[in-house]
Design a protein around this ligand. Sequence first.
Ligand SMILES: [Fe+2]
Length: 245
Amino acid sequence: MTLYNPEWEERFLRLALLERKAKAVSVTEELQRLVQPSVLAAMLDEFIYGTLHSAHHHTDSYAHDNGFDKIVLFQDSETKMKMRLHLWHPLAIPNAKRPRQNVHNHRWDFSSAVLVGYADNHSYRFATPDEEGEEYFHYRYYARGSKEHYDVESRGKTKLVSIGTERVTEGSIYSIEGEVLHRVDTPNDQFVATLVITHENVGWVTNDLLSERSLGSEQATLPSPAMTRQKIVEKIENLRYQMGI
Ligand SMILES: [Fe+2]
């Protein structure tokens, strides 16, 4: 169950109609409004109520392979824009390190507000044939959507070149365009939370995923079970506790 009422639909439709750059500006403004503690608390109340009382359990929230919990708060039926929470939990074992995320791009631009903690965004590009770079296994990635698995298709090996790192900290809002290859690092021992709005789909069916290890030499189907509604509520209550809202 996600947030559902005509006000949200209208709000997202208005955003979807904008051109790419203007959309990033307006979505950022929308996030600025949403992250005000009283607004965020009211939205999470509404979401928790819907999660607990809906007859239908939606399957779009799950523990993402890239090390965070993804909880979909709202999905617009018309534009497919989504609003979701990404939550990274501190590692339970002292001095343990998070596995490095896969590098990837997206089928949509997105804007993200850092609610708690900080993250380092690393950006990459494909190396040209005569260039040195870091070697990765290259896959085409089919969106998980509401399926409880996702499919990848091998494209062999490729090299990437790092083009920069940007640290985003609590209170900041940033936007990343869909085609930018990136991965995120978060601190091992801290809770990190972001509120993300994905813009309208740019129309690709698949996107790129670059892994340091092989996920399969041809095609692979990787399981991705949905989070139970109890877990969703528990994780949101923890976020509220961390934020004091
Ligand atoms: Fe990403």
